[in-house]
Design a binder for this molecule. Sequence first.
Ligand code: SAM
Length: 291
Amino acid sequence: MPVTLLGAAEIRALAAELDVTPTKKLGQNFVVDANTVRKIVHVAGVRDGERVVEIGPGLGSLTLAILEAGAAVTAVEIDHRLAERLSATAAAHGVAGDRLTVVDADALRVTELPGDPTILVANLPYNVSVPVLLHFLETFPHLDRGVVMVQAEVGERLAAPPGSKVYGAPSVKAAWYGTWRLAGTVSRQVFWPVPNVDSVLVGFQRDGEPRGTEEERRATFAIVDAAFQQRRKMLRQALSGIFGGGSAEASAVLEAAGVAPTARGEELTVDDFQHIARVAPARSARASLGG
Ligand code: SAM
């Protein structure tokens, strides 16, 4: 039996039946257009036999499009009413039971994903899109690639190169894990309710090897946060509070990392930030040995 998709009328009827009124708090804007969910799956290059994790399946529009492509889905949904209903919706639309696994949980807190999915496809809840993406990339190293729908402003930030106006902490942190690209815009009219922001698709491909240890990642992200908290300041000032020794020590660390102390965070690549994080402990160890 072929998998069929949800139509706009069915989505509203399902919500009414479950007594679900979409809430802003959970970023609930449901896609009511079959072409859009098929486009997302197409852009993600989902193939028969792969396993996808979907964050926030909601009533199941995108879930069914992923299943239609022949993939299996692990779906993580925080709203119990929606999580509880999803398997029945999938079965009614031609999906065999074992191809969909529903996890009734907050995606920000999950630490295990049944089926070890390798692809992330989601229309993300916009209020938590960046933390949830970073949590998944950090926690699930087998996630190799993905396409997510996010607020346009957030998508532009995630995919921004150094030096651009919107380059910031999320851009550098996302780049820690791999390469990001903008992959298309989505009309507001495909959502119910219609949101008051524009949306884009963003794709990512994880780099082959992890670029550093967990300790190094934490140290790098702390430097990134400090650099962008005061983004107009030169790095020797913006980082003056984090190495001990004020701006003189910050300048010395930056110079040792080959970064101009007068540069600003927005000019640095993720490699530069990682280099600073690597140099700093070596300097403080030398200092404590009197070297
Ligand atoms: N995928 C569906 C679609 O495209 O129609 C729904 C997308 S809607 C933008 C976001 C979904 O994420 C909602 O179903 C919402 O309940 C769920 N959600 C919000 N916060 C969540 C969280 N922290 N963990 C898991 N799901 C969450």
